[in-house]
Write a protein of this length. Sequence first.
Lengths: 267, 260
Amino acid sequence: MIEKSIEVHNLTVSYHSKPVLWDVDFSLPTGKIVGIVGPNGSGKTTMLKTIMGLMKPDSGYTEIFGQPLDKVRERVSYVPQRESVDWDFPADVMDVVLMGRYRKNNLFRRISKEDKRIATEALEKVNLLEFAHRQISQLSGGQQQRVFIARSLAQQADIYLMDEPFVGVDAATEDAILQLLREMKNQGKTVVIVHHDLQTANEYFDHIVLLNTRLVAAGPKEEVFTKELLQEAYGGRLTVLSKLGDLISTEEFPLREPEFKENKPEK
Amino acid sequence: MTMVGDAISHAVLPGIAIAYWLSQSRASLWMFLGAAIVGVGATIVIEVLRKKLRVQSDASIGMTFTSLFALGVVLITYWSDSVDLDQECVLYGEIAYVPFNLWLVDGVSYGPIALWSSGALLLVVLLYIIVGYKGLKMTSFNEDYAAVLGIAAGLWNLSLMSMVSLATVVSFESVGAILVVALLVAPAATAYLFIQRLKPLLIASASLGLVGALGGYGLSKVLETSIAGSIATVLGALFLIALIIHSLSARKTNGYAVEA
């Protein structure tokens, strides 16, 4: 049997006593890039925050590598939304990446040479080594996102949960991040990504969880990315649906005119 | 944090009034205890409003401190017959009286009480920052990330607010509830214009505070005016000068950038 990275059991979570997730149940394989996809307000970020223990479920529970989060915290890394922190905080890039080395039990100890070496390595991987002593407020959106990913890499975890890492980054950075994610996958790491852009979801992920408060589907992308299931998740949103039509037919008829393929609808 | 300091300095007023009424003495130990309890209590109320009841953070701070401050004013005026507590003294403090309030043991003077209490506070704060440096840095920058690593972010936050509360309470005896905010905010805001790394920023802020205090004292000697007021004025002036220098140099660098 393949080891499961994340298991979510009958999870119901509410915000202001309105359910955001309703009886969601799925499990994820290891060593894959997994996308959590769904329309706005479908509970994607809530899903991630509940797995990370930042929100308490009303019922149900989640497990990571078959254990409660508290037992495996070291093996789990979180990349929050870039907008969730104040980038005017007095720190440079290295300071932030080094935070990936902070642990509950080394909080009162000095940062070691080993920590610095690992952080430097992480910065190298995201191509930001030359910016190590740059003030974080002076970075572009894409660079900030890469700093967050470097911090996460410095944690040397086995599973990475990222909240919208592709928002507000340019195409080159998006490619670079994707390259890195694939490299991580090849090393057997599991990467779970909250993603809102359907256009790219099919291309980026191996495995997809389709959410709309309830679980619509979870499985390998070939099984989940079908017209019926997408319609179920995005039902009623006609503009999105027509875009989906384009998207799926592109998939079904790969021998299209090239200019037609270029003509992807704007989101 | 700026707002929290402001909030606490006002919120402790009912604590002082109640402590004074209960003990019927102006011994600073009682006042300090009363203020400290209410100060930390106020930080907990703010956190509960914000986190558990999901009130916006500025609203929860604003509500807590105005309500408590108002309660303090009501209590002081209500007890004004039996309590000899001067509102102005609480609000503005009077650093000039500090030398008269001596710590006497068996008739031997060990110097002003405020010197000892502020000195002790300095040591406690220094120790707190040095020991808690990583935890404070991490939880202030990114609370969620710290929490995921299993670090008790809530506790760190509470400890920081409690320290702000402690510092405020100990200081306002000499400088008053309003000017203490200037001492909390102005040096750090001034230093931040030029320094954006945490360690140098902390050192620069503390040094600027010292410069402001000495400069303010000198100014008050020359003008024969309120010491605390002069200190805050000097701090404000330093900030203004720093701001002008900063915006001029920013314009210059921008100019170069355009040329290049």
